[in-house]
Design a protein around this ligand. Structure first.
Ligand code: SAM
Ligand code: SF4
Length: 230
């Protein structure tokens, strides 16, 4: 597997190297790419888990579903860690039957494909297909699902998030609204008032809506760089 680094906070976050999107606002800053076998990576994660007394792991990046050996890593983690896959959704359907995770979080950047292309350089067609699959098979999945969107007032604001909530409202999937953290894109953090307004609009269509005000899904942690190359 191609790894950028590992971060430790209230959980372990594995940040894989490489992504097929080029999101204009992305705060991920990749380190050098290190290639590890899944067994070697699992041993490193287990050791970190023991040292920091942590058993939750988020697999993010970068885009984890681009890694061919993601399913075999999730099999090793299964039963030993509570694992969450954080994905842009574009290659999720190719891997979904082979994954052994506890939760899948799909981040939908925009419902409007023009906006999506401007923001990410790619169409959202495959992302929407993946969400549709998760919705249609909601009762039969052996992992929890969450859809999320980054709120960037003026770009992805009340109107776009309302449309996303209506779309995922067809299946009443849990929805998390992420407040934009200024990084590459020179746009401010949304105010508490805007976050609450967007939450209230989403609640018209969905029974389970949360925001970064209650919990930050991707928080900064202690960075651990991996030296070993195979
Ligand atoms: C860095 S991405 C990695 C996983 C996957 N590629 C994805 O997009 O979901 C993890 C999460 O961070 C979010 N994110 C990226 N840049 C952000 C920013 N500047 N502010 C807030 N959230 C951001 C993404 O939208 C995504 O939900
Ligand atoms: S898909 Fe995820 S990792 Fe890739 S550029 Fe977008 S936010 Fe960053």
């Amino acid at each position: 597997m191609r790894i950028s680094h590992i971060s430790v906070s209230d959980k372990i976050t594995l940040l894989v190297y490489g992504c097929n999107f080029k999101c204009k606002y992305c705060f991920f800053k990749p380190q050098d790419c290190t290639k590890l076998t899944t067994k070697c990576l699992y041993d490193i994660l287990s050791k970190i888990g023991r040292v920091y007394n942590l058993s939750r792991i988020t697999i993010a990046g970068g885009e984890p579903t681009l890694q061919e050996d993601l399913p075999s890593l999730t099999k090793l983690l299964d039963g030993n860690f509570y694992s969450i896959l954080s994905t842009n959704g574009s290659y999720l359907l190719e891997k979904i039957d082979k994954l052994k995770v506890n939760e899948v979080h799909v981040n939908l950047k925009a419902l409007d494909d023009k906006k999506h292309k401007i923001l990410t350089s790619q169409s959202n067609k495959r992302v929407l297909e993946a969400i549709e699959y998760l919705g249609e098979n909601k009762g039969d999945l052996n992992f929890k699902v969450e859809i999320s969107t980054v709120l960037i007032p003026g770009i992805i604001g009340v109107s776009e998030i309302g449309k996303i909530a209506k779309f995922i409202g067809r299946w009443d999937l849990p929805y998390h609204i992420i407040a934009h953290v200024p990084s590459k894109l020179n746009m401010p953090r949304p105010s508490k008032g805007i976050i609450e307004a967007v939450k209230n609009i989403s609640k018209k269509y969905l029974s389970n809506v949360s925001t970064s005000l209650e919990y930050r899904r991707h928080r900064k942690g202690k960075k651990i760089l991996i030296q070993k190359k195979v």
